[in-house]
Design a protein around this ligand. Sequence first.
Ligand code: NAD
Length: 432
Amino acid sequence: MATDIQQEAADQVAPGDEWGTELYRIAANQFDRAGMLLELDPEFVTRLGQPRRSLVVNFPVRLDSGVVLNLTGYRVQHTLTMGPTKGGFRYGPDVSLGECAALAMWMTWKCALLGLPYGGAKGGVRCTPRELSLPEVERLTRRYAAELIPVIGPDRDIPAPDMGTGEREMAWFMDTYSQMMGHSVFEIVTGKPVVLGGTTGRREATGLGVVYVTEAVCERIGLDLREARVAIQGFGNVGAVAAAELYAIGARVIAVSDATAGLVDEEGLDIPAVARWMDDNGMLAGYPDARQVGPADVLEVPCEIVIPAAREQQITAENANRLRCELIVEAANGPTTPEAERILRERGILVVPDVLANAGGVTVSYFEWVQDHQRYTWDELDVQERLRRQLRAAFGRVIDAAERLDCDWRMAALSVAIERVAEAARMRGIYP
Ligand code: NAD
């Protein structure tokens, strides 16, 4: 007969189930599949299959009206094996523990694929930033930074921007941490303004990296990028920069979208004009010189390359059959569901996985952190050249693994990363 303690344990949520969200299921399923492909020792399936550490905080923020809002924030660190952890924090109404856990796991693989000395982390605050004033976002950010003090540090866990956050939030975050330490600690976050220890090229890094990877892939598959038609979902930090860079090198960007609208012009959009409209109006809706469609419709426009750069789970079993492109470059994290991926594979549409396609951001974050530690700054050309080299080298590793393991690029990228982290875990052993 079970004792009370055994019964109590049985009644609780099974360990690991607290992560259970759709996005975490996708990340865990990818890990399991890559693990099977690699015939990964079960010890490492156990050690890497779940996040090592998480912090959930509830904290008050006083609104301008005087009303006090209670907000929930998260920080998840997936593995502590590779060095400090690294990953952005996002603001959004559906930020959750499971979402942060999935994104933290992907950060581990991204850093390992690129050979960066970090484990993965991710965080965020569940809130609706567009309903908050600037002073409210500042108070929220400073309080969130203060709440994270027990788990972050320039050699422990280094946050960065993600959806809904940018340079402004990183500056407040750095200042709050520095106030608490009593001196300026630039290296506590990356993605800061240049004047506060940021690096040239960080703001553009993810979008630029998407283009560098796309160039390398196009060379590989014999597609002329300068002749290609491209559709981009999302016009924020990542999507707008990728659009501008593609336009600059002569590709035809025929569709872009944000959360308010999609814009299509088969002859090619005037991206600088679209960006000016965005600056002036804060949204794409209403832009006069293009056909307007729904935000998700741009994925289905006939073209050579689709770049989802908005959010997760946008290409699903529901719309995967309607995509009319040759190549998908995952600038967003987790934009393709496993069910959609199966359909795309059958249809012969290639997918460049997120852990490679959007790794430019964390790579230049790493450059920023190195420069902060060295108190030495690199110039923009230096940053861009090193970024291009690292991304091309990573793509080379993916191609090699795909041939060696006879698998698609996502499984190849994950396999390279998992092998590296498992090897480090094996060498470190288990404490005590
Ligand atoms: P952002 O908040 O700057 O921009 C997101 C864009 O997506 C906005 O234009 C928004 O309007 C649009 N959007 C939101 N919902 C949409 C919808 N349903 N349809 C069409 N557009 C929609 O965020 P970001 O920093 O550009 O991040 C985008 C993606 O890239 C995320 O998945 C993020 O995790 C990933 N990413 C970002 C970075 C980085 O350095 N910022 C690095 C790696 C990965």
